[in-house]
Design a binder for this molecule. Sequence first.
Ligand code: DX5
Ligand code: ZN
Length: 220
Amino acid sequence: MIQLFPSLIAANLLNLEKEITQLDPYVDGYHLDVMDFHFVPNLTIGPDTINAIRAATEKLLYVHLMVEYPERYFERLQLRHGDIVAIHPESPSEMPLDKLITLISSHGWTPCVALNPETPASILEKISAPLNHLLLMSVNPGFSGQQFMPLVLLKLKEAISIGRAANNPYVIAVDGGINQENVEALVKDGADQLIIGSALFSQHNPVFAIKALRSSLVVR
Ligand code: DX5
Ligand code: ZN
């Protein structure tokens, strides 16, 4: 079954605890966008806020590091076993991608590789460290509320093929501009997890919005 992760960047930041409490029964976890004003032209939350959110819910956290030198963040994160940590191969880092993946696993977290819209899926064939999770960006990283880029559907199919060919089927999330208009195509083409920001939090009632989204997917 498809998993849904609200992207809290789009939530009411002065009411995060309330947003989490009301959404908790209806979500598979929360997506947390970390931006550093270097890798992307925006600044969001850091480890202290992530750790506070960690203490406020039992659900899975999906930490998306849109930063330079992601390895510098790991020591300060107090995540639970299995929480997902997504890194970008496009990020400058003091270590190669395989080493970053291994380091995330060594903390007990689930490593994930996030690909910008212009990064080809073929980059996955160069990864040798054990990796099961992918995050395909359907907008250029940096902001919530952008327009969905349909080209991601092609990359989704390519990534599924690459995983199958390597006998390593990926759990694939898609992130950016997801709404009622494109969920059907994403699910049909094989997405496992959807990250949804503005389509939920721009609604008067995000709980109603996520329930509506989920029931429309069940019916289809
Ligand atoms: C973009 C972020 C996404 C984004 C999703 O850089 O990685 O997680 O916040 O928000 P929407 O659904 O509004 O595009
Ligand atoms: Zn994200």
